[in-house]
Write a protein that binds this ligand. Structure first.
Ligand SMILES: [Zn+2]
Ligand SMILES: [Zn+2]
Length: 246
């Protein structure tokens, strides 16, 4: 970014802050700067660090343990090779994510992209492509945008990793995952996603799937299963938040 452009942007930002007072996207308190989340809310966020399951990314309670696959993942290995969430899905993160999904909470996308960059930086392999989890056409029409696509675009903009938006598609309607018990979720999504890209070959490539929340991991699992048919070297997955209460 040129200095001139940066100065102009700062002036415009300050003017906007005066004209349109900014509020915290979690608690609604008035903000004195251009942050999206107030300091109190930011301090409440619980970050997921080591030790954690090296496959599903769930944090371990003991801080002295080393990262390793958890019993659940050893029992039934997911289709993705690894998954990492940035934070735990609880207050105040759930409030911010609610806005992201159901209303105009898009201005927090930059904050989340910054969190994702940290996870990308921790990986030993470099991603060749970012692939957002797709929505069905019907749901996309109702919501008007897919938050995972917007997120992947922002991460791509910051990291330079190319994003493939229409390559992985949801090819059939499914019952919303939130309405189903854990054991039904996998069945519900079986065969729901397919690789529809003819120009790009995933063989031996490293791909990172992008989504907002990890609950049982069924959606990412179904997406990774569809991608694995293309013989990539690795399918990783990243989400903003991990929901442990499921
Ligand atoms: Zn707040
Ligand atoms: Zn695990």
């Amino acid at each position: 970014m040129s200095t001139e452009y940066g100065v102009t942007r700062t002036i415009i930002q300050r003017a906007l802050n005066i004209l349109l007072p900014q509020v915290c996207r979690a608690c609604g308190c008035l903000l004195k700067n251009s942050d999206k989340i107030c300091n109190d809310c930011f301090c409440k966020i619980r970050w997921i660090g080591k030790p954690h399951c090296t496959i599903c990314g769930s944090p371990f309670e003991s801080s002295v343990a080393v990262s390793h696959p958890c019993p659940e993942c050893l029992k039934r290995k997911p289709a993705f090779d690894w998954h990492r969430s940035c934070v735990l899905y609880e207050e105040p993160v759930n409030r911010i994510l609610y806005h992201l999904k159901y209303s105009a909470g898009m201005d927090c996308i930059g904050v989340f992209a910054e969190w994702f960059e940290k996870i990308i930086g921790e990986q030993t392999v470099k991603a060749d492509y970012l692939i957002p989890v797709p929505l069905s056409m019907g749901r996309l029409r109702r919501r008007s945008y897919n938050q995972s696509v917007e997120l992947a675009k922002k991460i791509s903009h910051r990291t330079g990793i190319p994003v493939l938006i229409h390559s992985l598609q949801k090819i059939r309607k499914t019952v919303p995952q939130t309405e189903l018990p854990r054991e039904e979720r996998l069945k519900n999504l079986r065969g729901a996603f397919a690789w529809k890209e003819k120009k790009i070959c995933l063989k031996d490539k490293n791909v990172f799937l992008i989504d907002d929340v990890f609950t049982t991991g069924s959606t990412l699992n179904a997406c990774a299963s569809a991608l694995k048919l293309q013989k990539p070297a690795m399918v990783g997955a990243m989400t903003i938040a991990l929901n442990l209460r499921h």
